[in-house]
Design a binder for this molecule. Structure first.
Ligand code: AMP
Ligand code: TRP
Length: 326
């Protein structure tokens, strides 16, 4: 049987943090065994907010390198820069004509970002381009964190509309989200998700942070005024977030960890969490340091070539169906 296709993307903005890793990237790596996996550095998405061209250029290669360092293996996964495969933007245009504004108006990510940078067409149609990313490869499943649920719903809706109007073309893609870690919270504000655009750098633990920095960030993590280490996402959001991280990195259950640390005090508990995260990130840092920028660039160029070939096949079918065939 042919393998099902998995597609996902990450923006090359700022630094990759453990929220990205625990919510999405570790699934990207795990799924390589069973699926035909396609991963993309979505650099066109990164142009929807104000940015510096030089920084974007550097960030793209840095992000590609980090993906390889966490275990995305170019010999098993197709890996490329979105902007180098113009079929994404082409399909986005076709899907745009089937996208009701009402759906875009409801997007919480748009509302949040538009408040900061103004109401811009690119930002507004961001979810349509994301749908095109997924559908241009006829992906069956999409590993992402839970902040992408609304965007995935729109993708499914657009696939369904297209199929109804032009005949069965796209599979309806499923979201793959981990049971634990789908939403890692900021260490400085445990009611907000850990985010690349967080104004406070202490809120996010970056994949390339040094051991010292990681320990400091966990030490200053915001918790609550009680003393007990217990899991309660509402009343003890900070401690619960730390327990989630601890549990994922150790493979131990939250119940087991609570049993051990309930009376340990927040200080020693935070130190223990920091220690497992430092241990977990060390191999990523080592792998990153052993990668060469030029090799990475070559791999990305090769990936774009293969991705263009694949995307063009799908687009030829789409063009034919919508009346734009050769
Ligand atoms: P982005 O950095 O927005 O391109 O996100 C890349 C991937 O990381 C997406 O699948 C997001 O859903 C996921 N992600 C981002 N922030 C978090 C977080 N705080 N917790 C879990 N997953 C996240
Ligand atoms: N919107 C996603 C994010 O911010 C990034 C993204 C763009 C993506 N295109 C995608 C994720 C396609 C999955 C599939 O994280």
């Amino acid at each position: 049987m042919t393998k099902q296709t998995v597609f996902s993307g990450i923006q090359p903005t700022g630094d990759v943090h453990i929220g990205n890793y625990l919510g999405a990237l570790r699934n990207w790596v795990a799924l390589q065994d069973e699926y035909d996996t396609i991963y993309c550095v979505v650099d066109l998405h990164a142009t929807t907010v104000p940015y510096d061209p030089k920084e974007l250029h550097d960030s793209r290669i840095l992000t590609a390198k980090l993906l390889m360092a966490v275990g995305v293996d170019p010999s098993r996964s197709l890996l490329y820069f979105q902007s180098q495969v113009p079929q994404h933007a082409e399909l986005s245009w076709i899907l745009g004509s089937m996208t009701p504004l009402g759906a875009l108006n409801r997007m919480t990510q748009y509302k949040e970002k538009a408040e900061k940078v103004g109401q811009m067409l690119g930002l507004y149609s961001y979810p349509v381009l994301m749908a095109a990313d997924i559908l241009v490869h006829k992906a069956h499943a999409v590993p992402v964190g839970d902040d992408q649920t609304q965007h995935l719903e729109l993708t499914r809706d657009l696939a369904d509309r297209f199929n109804n109007r032009f005949g069965e073309t796209f599979p309806i893609p499923e979201q793959i989200t981990p049971k634990r870690g789908a939403r890692i919270m900021s260490l400085q504000d445990p009611t907000a998700k850990m985010s690349k655009s967080d104004g406070d750098p202490r809120g996010s633990v970056l994949l390339l942070d040094s051991a010292d920095t990681i320990v400091k960030k966990f030490k200053t993590a915001v918790t609550d005024s009680e003393r007990e280490v217990r899991y309660d996402r509402e009343k003890k959001a900070g401690i619960s977030n730390l327990l989630d991280i601890f549990s994922i990195y150790t493979g131990r259950s939250v119940e087991d960890l609570v049993d051990e640390y309930v009376d340990a005090g927040y200080g020693p508990f935070k130190e223990a969490v920091a220690e497992v995260v430092v241990g977990g990130l060390a191999p990523i840092r080592n792998a990153f340091n052993s990668l060469d920028d030029e090799d990475v660039s070559r791999i990305m160029a090769r990936g774009a070539l293969d991705a263009r070939t694949r995307a063009e096949q799908e687009m030829a079918d789409v063009r034919r169906r919508v009346g734009l065939g050769a």
